[in-house]
Design a protein around this ligand. Structure first.
Ligand SMILES: NC(=O)C1=CN([C@@H]2O[C@H](COP(=O)(O)OP(=O)(O)OC[C@H]3O[C@@H](n4cnc5c(N)ncnc54)[C@H](O)[C@@H]3O)[C@@H](O)[C@H]2O)C=CC1
Ligand SMILES: O=C(O)C(=O)Cc1ccc(O)cc1
Length: 284
């Protein structure tokens, strides 16, 4: 926001004073407070950025203090649940526009943020049908100023698309690393010692914040279970191909998936894990 000059004043809130200390050290905001009400009063734009499961409680606290004409938004990884939990608290005259920047890393806390995070990444807005077009355009311009490309989508569609592209892949990573950890007692260190590319990539994803991801799965149940059902069927199909030495089935799938990877690269959506030379960061 600061790089883009997109706000006259940036006010930051956290419920933990230690987090504000880190944010202060990084020069993130013009004012910082552990009081959410103080933080939102007079704001033109309020962006909720806690784990999804905390949005409702936070919205209830700040809602009566929002300025008329303000935009209330968020960055949650799930959208239907945000509309369900925050929507009922939004006062008349406040524009509620849920949003999801598809950008981030496995790191969390203020020190995981960096100015280039949103460059070239998509940000999905999921306004409900009655939302003012002008307010949607304003929020769109905000995210574009931050470097994002913006798409407007129905919340239900968002949750299904993200279940396949982000939520289930995270669950698979958590699961494979958990399975390997269970094996570890048998193999005494070999999993770590010989961990090759594939497993290492999964461990990065599986290092993501436990609270954030617990809340994603608890709040996108329907879509995640739908995708998991299909995933399990396809996995059984592969298991069967291996058992019966059906090389054609394996080869055909691997050829198809290689083409998908190439199309992602061609679309410019394969920026490397965005550390930009800062090296690995320790979690908060
Ligand atoms: N990490 C990522 O790559 C991405 C995360 N998101 C979404 O953004 C949101 C924030 O994620 P991050 O910035 O990664 O997390 P974070 O862990 O860096 O920040 C979340 C903050 O919320 C605070 N918090 C937790 N419970 C709270 C409560 N009950 N009341 C007030 N504050 C509370 C935590 O102390 C922490 O400071 C989540 O909803 C997540 O789904 C969206 C896109 C990418
Ligand atoms: O670290 C990664 O690879 C991510 O996938 C980051 C991420 C996490 C959650 C989101 O809702 C969007 C992006």
């Amino acid at each position: 926001i600061r790089r883009a000059g997109a706000a006259e004043h940036i006010a930051g809130y956290s419920h933990r004073a230690e987090t504000l200390e880190v944010a202060r050290g990084l020069g993130f905001a013009d004012s910082l407070s552990t009081n959410p009400v103080e933080c939102v009063k007079d704001a033109d734009l309020v962006v909720l950025a806690t784990p999804v499961g905390a949005f409702g409680e936070l919205a209830e606290k700040i809602a009566p203090h929002l300025k008329k004409g303000a935009i209330l938004s968020d960055v949650g990884s799930v959208k239907g649940a945000v509309i369900r939990d925050v929507g009922p608290f939004v006062p008349d005259g406040v524009h509620f526009i849920p949003a999801h920047p598809i950008a981030g890393t496995e790191q969390s806390g203020p020190s995981a943020g960096f100015a280039e995070l949103f460059d070239g990444r998509w940000c999905i807005l999921t306004p409900v049908p009655a939302t003012s077009d002008a307010a949607v355009e304003k929020l769109k311009a905000f995210w574009q100023a931050l470097g994002s490309q913006v798409e407007v989508m129905d919340a239900r569609r968002h949750d299904l698309v993200l279940a396949i592209t982000s939520h289930v892949p995270h669950l698979i990573a958590y699961n494979i690393v958990g399975t390997a950890d269970d094996l570890e007692t048998v193999t005494e260190g070999e999993v770590i010692k010989f961990s090759a590319g594939g497993f290492r990539d999964f461990t990065r994803i599986a290092a993501s914040d436990p609270t954030m991801w617990r809340d994603v799965f608890l709040n996108n149940k329907e879509a995640v279970l739908e995708i998991l059902g299909r995933f399990s069927e396809d996995l059984f199909h592969l298991q069967r191909a291996i058992r019966w030495s059906d090389g054609d089935t394996l080869f055909d799938l691997f050829t198809r998936t290689r083409a998908i990877r190439r199309s992602i690269i061609d679309a410019g959506q394969d920026t490397p894990a965005p550390n930009f030379g800062r090296g690995e960061k320790k979690d908060k």
